[in-house]
Design a binder for this molecule. Structure first.
Ligand SMILES: [Zn+2]
Length: 171
């Protein structure tokens, strides 16, 4: 039995809505259906992923404590999946890596799943990164094809623009 914990921090305008969307996932549904729904909800806001990570470890009785800071830069979505198989734990550096990890974790066959916990909380980006050091949570290097990264809000935007459409900072 292994516990895989996938974390994705979502920033910007998508942070608050995703907390509600995660809360609305039907916890009475079969475990594999819950995971697939979480995967859809998360991939819908892929452009707003800021940090993420995947760790696997044997199950423990100690719950993962929430971070205390309540400044709400980001929504931290956490999928804790207890499974009978050994999940692939690839290194994560980019949103593409994280999406592959999400697919691998969220699309396990039902018979491999022993427990699923899906949660989301608003907290500051800094406290999330402090609370869960890499590889649990790493800052993502987004896919930069035709894009560059806003130095201020960390979101990628089209390279031909002179200001970031997200926050208005000069590019
Ligand atoms: Zn910006």
């Amino acid at each position: 039995m292994t516990v895989a914990t996938l974390r994705i921090a979502i920033g910007g305008d998508d942070a608050k809505p995703i907390v509600a969307n995660v809360a609305n996932i039907d916890r009475t549904a079969p475990l594999d259906a819950q995971l697939r729904e979480a995967s859809v909800v998360l991939r819908r806001v892929r452009d707003s992923w800021q940090c993420g990570g995947l760790v696997g470890k044997p199950p423990s009785d100690a719950p993962d404590e929430p971070a205390l800071a309540q400044n709400d830069d980001v929504a931290l979505v956490m999928l804790v999946v207890t499974m009978t198989s050994e999940p692939p734990i690839p290194p994560i550096a980019s949103a593409d890596d994280l999406e592959r990890a999400l697919q691998a974790i969220a699309h396990r066959p039902a018979h491999e799943l022993a427990g699923v916990m899906i949660s989301a909380q608003l907290l500051s980006r800094a406290s999330a990164l402090g609370r869960w050091p890499p590889p649990a949570l790493v800052e993502l290097a987004p896919s930069m094809e035709g894009k560059r990264l806003c130095a201020f809000c960390h979101k990628p935007f089209a390279a031909e623009l002179t200001t970031c459409p997200g926050c208005g900072a000069p590019g």
